[in-house]
Write a protein that binds this ligand. Structure first.
Ligand SMILES: [Zn+2]
Ligand SMILES: [Zn+2]
Length: 99
């Protein structure tokens, strides 16, 4: 079987129209917005699973349901933000060097 052959995403039946190279199907599934993913709060007790494209909405809509878990999340997020601003600073520095 040729890996370069274009095949439909396995999520075709639930809406993904994309054609991907056979060899890259797995890679695509890991980013496909129709792939079923678990809520980011899964490890904190939320059992919801839905398409990647909907999960952000779920996470925004059910803040209250997630509320008991928020404590942990807030800590995680502020850590992430700190990491992000660190890399932003690095980027800014790079830009200043160039200009
Ligand atoms: Zn897909
Ligand atoms: Zn959830």
């Amino acid at each position: 079987m040729c890996d370069k052959k274009l095949v439909h995403c396995p999520n075709l039946s639930i809406g993904c129209q994309l054609l991907v190279e056979r060899g890259k199907t797995k890679q695509h599934i890991s980013v496909c917005e129709f792939t079923e993913v678990a809520c980011a709060y899964e490890s904190l007790g939320c059992g919801v699973r839905m398409m990647r494209k909907d999960i952000e909405k779920h996470e925004a809509n059910v803040r209250i349901a997630h509320f008991p878990m928020m404590d942990k999340i807030v800590k995680l997020q502020s850590e992430m933000l700190r990491e992000q601003s660190k890399s932003l600073h690095l980027l800014e520095n790079e830009c200043q060097k160039v200009s």
